[in-house]
Ligand binder design. Structure first.
Ligand code: MN
Length: 207
């Protein structure tokens, strides 16, 4: 994020609200980015308001080390720093100019782990569909450098499991309900068309 420390602010959506049509519509993006994402930012700032000693912590440190915070803000920070981190990454890894399929090293790693891009999609969708309640489904790199697909509940991140995210999809209902109602599978099928594989490749190459 451009603002790494307190006070956190919401970055603007990196593309026009109507530019992911028909896959994710304008109304969904407006509510999701401007209302839901904003609320996590506001709640995180509020939680740290009276704790100046933790205002120098980066967003990443808050996400990874929330358990070291005082008991009365620990869970609020866990949920809201996670919410800020996850939404920032989610919106950043979508693009109206998706090249649709992975490239480079991440394409090779996907083929190695899942046999093909098609099989990867099936697996990612399946894990996302089976995430009960609210959460996120992730493509992560483990400590051996291999890929895994996992889900986390609420706004938890893979960092606390020693897994590093390279791609994520929001499976909270607020991510799709306005356009797809209860049809999470349709939302997921469409989300695959807006993944920014160039950025996923960039992140993957950092490991
Ligand atoms: Mn969301």
């Amino acid at each position: 994020m451009n603002n790494k420390n307190y006070k956190f602010t919401i970055p603007s959506l990196p593309f026009a609200y109507n530019s992911l049509n028909p896959y994710i519509n304008e109304e969904t993006l407006k509510f999701h980015h401007d209302k839901h994402f904003q609320t996590y930012v506001d709640n995180l700032n509020k939680a740290l308001e009276n704790y100046p000693e933790f205002q120098c912590w980066s967003l990443k440190k808050l996400v990874c080390d929330y358990s070291k915070l005082p008991d009365n803000i620990k869970n609020t920070v866990r949920n809201n720093a996670g919410g800020v981190y996850n939404h920032y990454l989610y919106f950043n890894l979508m693009t109206p100019n998706s090249i649709i399929k992975p490239i480079g090293s991440v394409a090779k790693a996907i083929d190695k782990k899942f046999a093909s891009y098609g099989e990867f999609k099936k697996e990612m969708k399946n894990v996302a569909l089976n995430t009960f309640g609210s959460g996120w489904t992730w493509l992560v790199v483990n400590k051996d450098g291999d890929l895994e697909i996992i889900s986390t509940q609420n706004q938890d991140t893979p960092f606390t499991l020693n897994l590093y995210p390279i791609l994520l999809v929001d499976v909270w209902e607020h991510a799709y309900y306005l356009q797809y109602q209860n049809r999470r599978a349709d939302y997921l099928d469409n989300w695959f068309n807006v993944i920014d594989w160039n950025k996923v490749e960039e992140i993957f190459n950092m490991f």
